[in-house]
Design a protein around this ligand. Structure first.
Ligand code: SAH
Ligand code: MG
Length: 193
């Protein structure tokens, strides 16, 4: 399946979501073709909660035509990309249509109208500093006490990757709102105090 997630990271998402004892919905920011959504969704399904999968499905900077992670099969015919059809097919194949609620819009647009506490948040959207900070600021405060915040692509060494997710991770710890729970490759899972 197309996507950007190590299977051990996926398993950690699944296990954390399944073990979390809360019926409140979970939110994923950045679903792309649904790789992480399958793991996260199966965990949520086991726990009896819904997962809102937020993505405008127009790709991040690195997915656009001419960029390193561009996938020509997702071309939308007018110079952009569209990952929504692939995402929907992935959810159907994984029998997750009754668990995963696709939200096809910008993360901050959805956060403007979403006022309820959530049980678990996974941030894997835009990786510019502005985008990662906007996602963190819009969503991290909505996680309920003892809920979880998962962040992908946290690279302690700048040679290994962009630093925006690592910045958000450090901010979350420094805020006093979150403590470290688990590290699996570039995935960090934090618990809301
Ligand atoms: N979690 C995915 C990979 C996500 S790639 C996997 O497991 O494969 C990042 C995704 O974030 C892209 O699909 C892009 O469209 C989306 N994205 C980037 N900025 C966004 C924003 N502001 N709001 C919603 N989605 C965004
Ligand atoms: Mg990622």
């Amino acid at each position: 399946m197309k996507g950007f997630l190590h299977p051990e990271e996926g398993q950690a998402l699944l296990d954390s979501a399944a073990a979390l004892d809360s019926p409140r919905p979970a939110v994923e920011i950045g679903s792309y073709c649904g790789k992480s959504t399958v793991y996260f969704g199966v965990g949520c399904q086991q726990a009896g909660r819904k997962l809102f999968a937020v993505d405008h499905h127009q790709g991040s900077e690195e997915h656009q035509v001419g960029e390193f992670y561009h996938d020509a099969s997702l071309a939308d015919g007018s110079g952009g990309i569209n990952s929504f059809d692939a995402f929907r097919a992935t959810m159907r194949a994984a029998s997750l249509d009754d668990t995963v609620v696709p939200v096809v819009t910008k993360s901050t647009t959805f956060s403007d109208v979403w006022t309820h506490p959530i049980s678990m948040l996974f941030i894997d959207g835009g990786h510019s500093l502005a985008a990662a900070l906007a996602d963190y600021r819009a969503w991290a405060g909505k996680v309920e006490p003892r809920g979880l915040l998962a962040i992908h692509d946290v690279f302690p060494n700048a040679e290994d990757g962009g630093q925006a997710p690592a910045t958000v991770y450090r901010l979350a710890l420094a805020s006093g709102l979150y403590k470290e729970r688990a590290t699996v490759h570039s995935l960090r899972i934090l618990e809301r105090l």
